[in-house]
Design a protein around this ligand. Structure first.
Ligand code: CTP
Ligand code: MG
Length: 179
């Protein structure tokens, strides 16, 4: 059980981390260039920026490479069992997919009239992981690493991890609300 949870987190880390890099390095020109959709509302909103997207993808790739190095030292065989080219395509798919899903989530939020930054439970926590896995699953070797068990665990674990990290951030005084 614990092993499955740790394996799942490890395999999903290149999808979990891009948004954190976007938060840190984001800002500037929004992806939608300030334009509105046919409903008169912003396409994505000011929370999705070009810089955040690019640095987010690079951040995810960076984390995946750190993991590759850790695996070599710790004698683990997940990402390091792949050919380097496959590993690159996989980690790019996971981090690009995560940010694509994050933007897709914002698109849906805007259509429902949910303001930038306001929460939309489950969509906020799951859209990034759905697209990360969707993109990554195009790679043949994906199914060797990501079993159905890992994917199901990921879907259950991701919203719970969000709640837990937000609660810790709240207790540490980083966030004003515990959700
Ligand atoms: N961010 C960014 N570019 C991205 C994604 C995120 O610059 N592609 C930065 C923005 O400063 C954003 C912050 O990270 O405000 C937090 O990201 P997120 O919670 O995804 O955006 P929200 O501001 O909550 O906007 P939305 O309601 O559209 O999700
Ligand atoms: Mg948000």
């Amino acid at each position: 059980m614990l092993r499955l949870i740790l394996t799942t987190v490890w395999l999903l880390l290149p999808a979990y981390t891009p948004n954190n890099f976007a938060v840190i390095f984001g800002g500037g020109t929004p992806i939608d260039l300030g334009r509105k959709f046919i409903d008169g509302k912003r396409i994505l909103g000011d929370g999705k920026t070009i810089r955040g997207f690019i640095f987010g993808v690079l951040g995810g790739l960076f984390v995946a490479h750190i993991q590759l190095v850790i695996e070599r030292f710790a004698n683990l065989s997940f990402f390091s069992s792949l050919e380097y080219h496959t590993f690159l395509v996989l980690s790019f798919s996971l981090s690009f997919g995560a940010l694509f899903g994050d933007s897709f989530g914002s698109f849906i939020k805007r259509r429902f009239g949910v303001e930038r930054g306001a929460s939309f439970p489950l969509l906020d926590q799951l859209s990034f992981i759905v697209f990360a896995l969707l993109f990554a699953s195009r790679i043949n070797d994906f199914w060797k690493l990501y079993s159905n068990e890992v994917i199901i665990t990921g879907f259950i674990l991701t919203p719970l991890l969000h709640l837990a990290t937000n609660f810790i951030a709240y207790r540490l005084g980083i966030k004003k609300v515990p959700w």
